[in-house]
Unconditional design. Structure first.
Length: 541
């Protein structure tokens, strides 16, 4: 067999069921081998979207998603999605075609050193230099992708190596479970003493809780501690928004009501928190001491003064702590939580253009507790993060590591492939959707009944929000949109416009009854952005 066929066998041994990508001249030998295997190849319309799809596939399945591009512009297109997967800690193996080894020593058509280009945005980047090393290289890439913290790895596959003959009897390297280290005795450390001495502890729930399957252990720990819990946008669902200890989400452009809870704290217990989710300077300007619980040591940051580290399996650590810490509570923080909760649960006008709060409430009701919403990046992400009430992990997905526009639609496609029985919705701004919306055709081709709602305002709304606050004006953020309903129709999807085709509620109801993709054009009133900033500024004194 040739090396490409051997490579595909190794992918199958790793449990790969889907590969997302775009064909290219330098990967046709590999594509031919894939076509003869049991792996499903999903042809996408852009390499960035292929990487986004692989990233969500990896996050939801727990095994690395796989994406493929050719060399040159195909490989550079894919880099945005790969950087996003690394920062969001989703396991991905990226494969790029490459020119033949005999032309890599000189300037050549479409040729750059892809191994070096991918190195800064991946956990490892290497080239397959011989068919004899394929088993080792593939196993290493998959093992590194899922090791804590998960992320992307990259394999460059030169076209002449892919065609070379290899020994068909070479053995496969087997998978092995990850090994975690955790404290053998929490009681012997000063961690318990610090928790006991803290009068006003606050817990920050990060994405690592959901990723590690630690939600039950986390809830038990929080209830035992009796301390308020704030979540990062990627940590939403670690504790139900309806729980009495839930102090909701941090990450607004402004300090929210729950920031006062953090400011009053004398110990912050960060569980599964990663510094890329939200800079500590945003939520810890007072440099309150931090107890860091995670799978990896903390990053050094002046606003993240770690006084104790517990590194290892998050569920194991939380179980150990819950057995040892005293039951305690502090009061006074609830008034700030209640003020925020009143805004989250308030009823807003349904007149057009809709308030963002109203859209969030309608999406919450339409998708239900079992649905999945994938937020693209923009002002709508802030409103979803603040107002959408989650009751479990993997209910609302927000990329707050790399935060790349275009993340939403591709992620929704991957999720629907894995979970066809669940309601899947992509929430996107008109700015983000027109960056990567071409893969709506992929959803149509695959007959995936996903719903895409476009929060339309004709601006880059989040940037406008920041410009208005900083300078009182907002240049260069306006644009024109095509008729989004006609655009959906041109792709072969159903297009609906709120107002013209009924209320948002009725459009969502119709959309979820469809047997294919549906795009909903929903006008939004982002004047609410500055109104919220004014309320928070007034409340903060």
């Amino acid at each position: 067999m040739n090396a490409a066929e051997r490579f595909v066998q190794c992918l199958e041994a790793e449990g790969v069921t889907h590969i997302f990508g775009v064909p290219g001249e330098e990967n046709i030998t590999l594509l031919e081998a894939i076509s003869k295997s049991d792996i499903t190849f999903i042809t996408t319309r852009h390499e960035t979207n292929a990487a986004f799809m692989a990233s969500m596939f990896g996050r939801l399945s727990g095994r690395p998603g796989v994406c493929l591009s050719t060399l040159g512009p195909g490989a550079t297109n894919m880099m945005t999605g790969i950087a996003s997967a690394t920062m969001d800690h989703s396991p991905v193996v990226a494969i790029t075609g490459q020119g033949a080894t005999w032309r890599q020593h000189k300037a050549s058509h479409q040729m750059f050193d892809l191994v070096e280009m991918y190195r800064p945005i991946t956990k490892s980047s290497t080239s397959i230099v011989s068919g004899e090393v394929i088993s080792e290289v593939v196993r290493q890439a998959f093992a590194k992708a899922v090791s804590e913290k998960p992320g992307s790895t990259h394999l460059s596959f030169p076209e002449d190596i892919a065609k070379a003959d290899v020994d068909a009897k070479m053995s496969f390297l087997q998978d092995s479970p990850p090994t975690f280290l955790h404290p053998t005795s929490v009681a012997d450390s000063d961690v318990l003493l610090r928790i006991e001495q803290a009068e006003r502890p606050v817990v920050i729930a990060g994405f690592g809780i959901n990723r590690s399957g630690a939600t039950e252990a986390f809830r038990a720990f929080a209830e035992r501690l009796g301390a308020p819990v704030v979540e990062t946008m990627m940590g939403k669902g670690a504790l139900s928004s309806l729980h009495e200890l839930a102090a909701h989400t941090i990450g607004l452009p402004n300090a929210d009501y729950n920031q006062r809870i953090l400011d009053q704290s004398d110990l912050i217990i960060a569980v599964g928190y990663d510094i890329t989710e939200l800079p500590p300077s945003k939520w810890n300007p007072e440099r309150t001491p931090v107890l860091h619980i995670d799978t990896n040591p903390h990053e050094i940051d002046q606003f993240y003064p770690v006084v104790a580290n517990l590194i290892g399996s998050i569920p194991d650590i939380l179980h150990l702590l819950s057995e040892s810490i005293p039951n305690r509570a502090w009061t006074g923080w609830q008034q700030d939580r209640d003020r925020l909760r009143q805004e989250i649960q308030a009823t807003y006008s349904l007149a057009l253009p809709l308030h963002p709060q109203s859209i969030v409430r309608e999406l919450e009701q339409a998708t239900g507790e079992d649905g999945m919403i994938f937020s693209d990046v923009g002002a709508h992400k802030i409103w979803l993060g603040r107002h959408f009430q989650t009751t479990r992990p993997n209910q609302l997905f927000i990329s707050n590591g790399f935060s790349s526009m275009g993340y939403g639609l591709s992620s929704a496609i991957a999720a629907k492939l894995l979970h066809p029985e669940q309601r899947v919705l992509c929430a996107s701004g008109d700015g983000a959707f027109l960056m990567n919306g071409q893969d709506l055709e992929t959803a149509v081709r695959l007959k995936l009944p996903i719903v895409v709602i476009i929060w339309r305002d004709g601006t880059y709304g989040l940037i406008e929000w920041k410009q208005q606050q900083a300078y009182g004006r907002a240049p260069y953020i306006e644009f024109d949109n095509p008729d989004l309903v006609q655009l959906a129709t041109a792709f072969g999807a159903l297009g609906l416009r709120v107002g013209e085709h009924g209320t948002l509620s009725s459009c969502l109801e119709q959309a979820f009854l469809s047997d294919g993709p549906v795009l909903i054009d929903c006008p939004v009133d982002y004047r609410e952005n500055l109104k919220l900033s004014d309320r928070l500024r007034t409340y903060g004194g």
